[in-house]
Structure formats: C-alpha cells, structure tokens
Design a binder for this molecule. Structure first.
Ligand code: COA
Length: 388
C-alpha cells in the first residue's frame, strides 16, 4: 500500500502588483526584482481574506462527499494565525462541513508548518489506510512597505488531501531533517510584519539544504541522477536557484540542464504569486506537475522544506498516474491571468488597511471580494466569516 497526496489545490487573491511597477516606485532596476530576486508579480491580499478563508477557497475546489466521509485529521500549517488560542483548522472544518469526529489543529514553525502536517498525516494514514487527512499551508507574507523584503511578499493557500493509494504523489523512503536555534526571520506577537535578516537567512537555508541532502544520500544510497526534479521552499524563486546550484556540480552537464529546465517549470506559479510562506514548497510542486512537459509516472522528485528559526527537511515523492490534473491546471492559469493589476498606491492602501492587532469591532467592505469565502469583520472579539 502506498500513502501520499491524492489531491492538491491552490488559492490566492484576484489582485496582483507588478514587480516592474514596484521597482520603478522604489528606484530600483526592474532586473533586480525580475532576475536578481526572480519575481514577476506579487499577490495583493485584501483584508477580507485571511488564512482561514484562503484555505476554505482552496479546499472547496477539491473536497467532495467521499473526502467528507474519510477525513478525520485536519492539520493547518500557518505562521499567520488569526487567534493566539483557537486553531484555524476548527474554523475550516466548520466552513467545509467536514466531520466533527476529527482531530483539527494548527501547526507553526515558520514556513515548515505544512511539511510537519504532511509528515504527521503520512504516519496517520499509514496506520489508518481507510482514513484521509487534510493538510493546509496558508500564509500572508508581509515585510513592510519600502523594506528590502517588500519584493518577496505575497500570499495564498495550498490544500492537500493525504490518502492511501493516492492518485498524484506517493511518499518514498525516509526524510532527513535538521534544526537549530537561528534568528534569521521571526515575527514577535505585537507585529503584523516579519523581522528578517535576509542575507543570513539565505546562507542558513543553503546550509540546511546541503546538510539534509548529504544525509539523505548517505541513508538511501541515491544520487542526484535518481531525481527527475528538485523542488524547494521558495520565499522568492532565486532562493531555489541558490539551493539547486549548491548541488548541481554532482550531475553531468546534460543532467544539470535538465534539472534547471524542471526548476523553470516549477517556479512558474511562485514567480507570479510571491511568497506563501508554508505553502510555497507545495506551490512549487504543483507548478512543476502542471507545467512540466516531460514528467512521467514513476519519476522521483526531491522536496526541500525550510522554516526559518530554523527547521529543514528533505524527502522524496514519486509521481502516480494522476499527477497532472488538466482541468485544475487550466483553472489556475485562468485565475492567474484574470487577476486585476493594482497600482503601487492601491497596493500600499490595501497593505495599510490590514486589520490591526488591537481591540475593537470592524466592518469590512467585502462586497467587492470575488472569492466564495471571505471575512466580513470582527465583532465582540470574534471573526465573522461569510460565504457567497
Ligand atoms: N540585475 C540583475 N540582478 C541584480 C540587479 C540587476 N540590476 N541588481 C541586483 N541584482 C541581484 C544581486 O546580485 C543579488 O543576487 P544574488 O542573491 O545572486 O547575489 C540579488 O539581485 C538581490 O540583491 P541584494 O542586493 O542582495 O538585495 P537586497 O539586499 O535588497 O535583499 C533579500 C534581497 C532577498 C535578502 C530581501 O529581499 C529579503 O530579505 N527578503 C526576505 C527573504 C526571507 O524571507 N528569508 C526568510 C525565509 S527563507
């Protein structure tokens, strides 16, 4: 029996900021953002979307009645939680009409949360093959206006159903992981924007990747030639290139070109959406599956997950017959194409309209939000959600 990802879906905002517009407004050369950082567009998240609504909007594309019968584990990976106590998973369970005979909770370790959830789900489904788990990675990446991290913002949600005999991807073999107390990126409780030491974080990321990759090769006896593609946590897509470059010299020239080409397919969604924090690795995987032209059933892909602070993990998955869902891929392309381009001024207004961390009722202007699930406001310290 195999265990893995049976369904995957993605949701983000219907608005974006063009990185050339941002570069011009910040007096930077556009090629720094387009090539040096590797980002073309950035999702602009309105205050009527939070991690709960984005996850619900992602899930509703894939969750059917059979899933409702079988899902009894709901793990919500996020570092953009909406409450310091109650988990986003409980809100989501109710919104989607999932079974109440379920374990539902939230997991946090920066951009690693969804991987922790996925690995927990793998163990659970391995022991309970007739059950399924829903794993979410949802975040809104906020660094601040006119900060170096601004170009690496974004947001969205990835939803994954983990089952036995999955149609898309199966887990294969062990994971290797590594953690250490590192202050490269964090967000104190009183802030809605992250604090980051970006260049240091880049170095730690590559070190953790090399560390887990070397250990993985030692344990499994596999080499770079055994992998059709490598996927990465992508806070911005240049970061993945730095990771890939760290091991490319282990391959011959043909293999190097091939891995670089697969990386291009894999970063397509990420370079147009920006950072999803914990969902970013899985958006990279989905982009690879939907955009690569030469993947085949049985191919092995590598996944490197990184959450600042810091936790790294490397593991592999193998492609199953249904790894590509053409309908969902077309839908994602259409959604990305139909997004509204907002000006830098409009983006700054939306950014500054973020719900503050303070007491008080709020009524939001949700009529213009095109998503099915949205946030209507806050009343008596409670978030009020709506559905079209
Ligand atoms: N054309 C092409 N490339 C250019 C360029 C131009 N005109 N100008 C600069 N670049 C390149 C630089 O050479 C550099 O490339 P390198 O990384 O390969 O050396 C890249 O663009 C970025 O330039 P840099 O000067 O380092 O940018 P910065 O000081 O503004 O910082 C980040 C960039 C990524 C560190 C910053 O945006 C950040 O901190 N982001 C958050 C990262 C994060 O969240 N990390 C934690 C999670 S993993």
């Amino acid at each position: 029996m195999s265990v893995g990802i049976d369904k995957m879906s993605f949701f983000s905002s219907d608005m974006y900021l063009d990185m050339v517009d941002l570069a011009n407004a910040r007096n930077e050369d556009p090629n720094k953002y387009l090539i040096g950082i590797g980002q073309k567009k950035q999702a602009v998240i309105p205050n009527t979307q939070d991690v709960v609504t984005m996850a619900a909007n992602a899930c509703e594309k894939i969750i059917d009645d059979d899933n409702r019968k079988k899902i009894d584990l709901i793990i919500f990976g996020t570092e953009t939680g909406v409450d310091n106590s109650k988990s986003a998973a409980i809100y989501l369970q109710n919104m989607l009409g999932l079974s109440r005979r379920a374990r539902a909770f939230e997991v946090k370790q920066a951009c690693y949360g969804a991987t922790a959830g996925l690995q927990m789900a793998k163990e659970y489904v391995t022991n309970h093959p007739d059950k399924q788990a829903l794993v979410i990675g949802a975040d809104i990446a906020r660094y601040g206006i006119k900060t170096p991290g601004e170009v690496t913002q974004g947001g969205g949600a990835m939803a994954m159903v983990v089952s036995s005999n999955p149609s898309m991807l199966e887990f294969e073999g062990p994971s290797t992981f590594y953690s250490d107390d590192i202050m490269d990126f964090w967000r104190p409780l009183y802030r809605t924007e992250a604090v980051v030491d970006g260049h240091y974080s880049n170095d730690v990321y590559v070190k953790f990747f090399k560390n887990t990759w070397d250990e993985y090769k030692k344990i499994t006896g596999l080499s770079i030639d055994d992998f059709k593609a490598m996927t990465f946590h992508l806070p911005y897509t240049k970061m993945g290139i730095k990771g890939l470059r760290a091991i490319l010299n282990e391959a011959d020239e043909d293999k190097q070109e091939h891995l670089k080409q697969e990386f291009e397919y894999g970063r397509k969604y990420n370079e147009n959406v920006g950072n999803l924090y914990t969902g970013s690795l899985y958006l990279n995987v989905l982009s690879l599956l939907n955009n690569s032209t030469d993947l085949q059933t049985g191919d092995r892909i590598g996944l490197f997950s990184y959450g600042s602070g810091a936790q790294g993990e490397f593991f592999s998955m193998k492609l199953k017959d249904g790894f590509k869902n053409d309908q969902l891929a077309d839908q994602i392309d259409t959604d990305l194409k139909n997004r509204k381009r907002v000006s830098v001024e409009e983006y700054e207004r939306i950014f500054n309209n973020w719900i503050p961390i303070k007491d008080g009722d709020i009524n939001l202007d949700y009529e213009n939000d095109s998503a099915d699930f949205f946030l209507k406001g806050v009343k008596n310290h409670q978030r009020i959600y709506g559905r079209k």
